[in-house]
Design a protein around this ligand. Structure first.
Ligand code: CP3
Length: 394
């Protein structure tokens, strides 16, 4: 029988490629027994099954930056609190993370935090300026600056771990995705001191002083891995590594000066055996190298169609993406057409997690996002049913 869904079609190859078992749950002995992946709450969810290349009743969907300024309830809750204050406040973090799940019926929650939160937790003098982004009082430019990057002390992120644990309980069967910034993207903020288009200071350090560069990225990798590990042990069912600005690099510079450090992050949490997603913007030319970092899923931005991205990898990987966020501002028939085109592109993949190609813009109409979720769910379920495929045939 011709199998219509990507999840079904690529499964055998996918299982061989990722070493997935023949129906047994992946071993996760290192997670606490009450972890949602272990006690059965999230292991069979569409999101987690998709990361394993298993068949699902509908395509799972979530949005990068689904929590945030597009939601009036978020703007209300944030009034009077700085961004970083909010990230270290357990109750605010839980509530803000839950808001888009309640509103949009998405298949995953993304933990409300920021890529600079672990830097703040170790004492880096960083603030997030509204409308600007992370700003570092004293940028990192030389070897002596490395002394400002001690290991992450779990005591300094206790309020964040408490938020993860509370969310895992509140979310029930819906998985929580934890995240961290990848070493290059975090380094670009530390070195530039603020958001940058051209990353000149970062690239200058990388090329002129490779020893300091490698030590800097190695320190960040250790800290980010500890931050991810904390989130996983506290109850996150998957994690995403955001290398948002890696697309600013040539493939040579990426492979030589960045990839080993991103790989270190994935290697450091591999023993926990939870699904991992790796995402960057403008990374079409880097995808083949990014695969080598070792995530279970690759996030694709909107510049490369999913079926084209799939040809850049050595093995069949589940992919996440990739609606252009700007499409959310178009008329509804254009939005629908773009969503359906992405579902078409994803046929034949071993798994597809629907997402945007980058974060939700702050002035997005949230009702458009809710409609996208409905369309992805209904259309993928329809295609799934049409294919005649049932889980028991597998
Ligand atoms: O819903 C979610 O996706 C979870 C929340 C989340 C935030 N930041 C909240 C946030 C996530 C996953 C991030 C990651 C992050 N932060 C990245 C990687 C993802 C990406 O967008 O590429 C990067 C590069 C940052 C750094 C950063 N922090 C930027 C560029 C900005 C925007 C500045 C602005 O005001 O436009 C921030 C601030 C930030 N992080 C906001 C939110 C909701 C806006 C702050 C506010 O609401 O006042």
């Amino acid at each position: 029988m011709e199998l219509e869904t990507g999840a079904a079609r690529g499964q055998t190859e996918m299982q061989a490629a990722v070493g997935a078992d023949s129906g047994l749950a992946p071993t996760r002995q290192l997670l606490p027994s009450g972890h949602p992946l272990v006690d059965g709450r999230t292991a069979t969810s569409p999101l987690i099954q998709t990361t394993l290349g298993k068949p699902v009743p509908h395509t799972p969907v979530w949005f990068m930056r689904q929590a945030g300024r597009s939601l009036p309830e978020y703007r209300k809750l944030r009034a009077g609190h700085t961004m970083l204050e909010t990230c270290f406040d357990t109750d605010l973090t839980v509530e803000i993370t839950m808001q888009p799940v309640r509103r949009h019926n998405v298949d995953a929650a993304i933990f409300f935090s920021d890529i600079v939160v672990p830097m703040k937790a170790i004492g880096v003098d960083v603030e997030i300026e509204p409308g600007v982004g992370p700003v570092i009082a004293t940028p990192f430019r030389s070897a002596s600056d490395l002394d400002r990057l001690p290991d992450l002390d779990p005591g300094n992120v206790a309020s964040i771990a408490a938020a993860v644990t509370a969310l895992a309980t509140e979310l029930g069967h819906t998985p929580l995705i934890g995240f961290a910034g990848a070493p290059f993207t975090v380094a670009s903020y530390l070195v530039e001191g603020r958001p940058s288009r051209d990353h000149v200071h970062t690239k200058a350090l990388m090329l002129s002083d490779p020893t300091t560069w490698n030590r800097l990225l190695d320190r960040i990798a250790t800290i980010c891995a500890a931050f991810l590990r904390m989130q996983i042990l506290a109850g996150a069912s998957a994690v995403q590594l955001f290398d948002s600005w890696a697309g600013a690099l040539s493939p040579q510079d990426y492979a030589r000066n960045v990839l080993p450090h991103s790989k270190k992050v994935f290697d450091a949490i591999a023993d926990l055996n939870v699904p991992t997603i790796h995402f960057g913007v403008g990374t079409g030319e880097l995808l083949a190298d990014m695969e080598k970092a070792g995530s279970s899923v690759m996030g694709i931005d909107f510049r490369v169609p999913l079926n084209v991205a799939a040809t850049r990898f050595t093995r069949p990987l589940p992919l996440q993406g990739n609606l252009d966020p700007a499409v959310l501002f178009a008329d509804s028939s254009s939005v629908d057409a773009a969503v359906l085109r992405i579902l078409d592109d994803a046929r034949g993949l071993p798994g597809h997690i629907f997402n945007l190609g980058h974060g939700v813009p702050p002035d997005t109409d949230p009702d458009v996002l809710t409609r996208v979720v409905e369309l992805v769910h209904s259309e993928s379920a329809r295609r799934f049913a049409q294919s005649g495929y049932t889980a028991t045939q597998n």
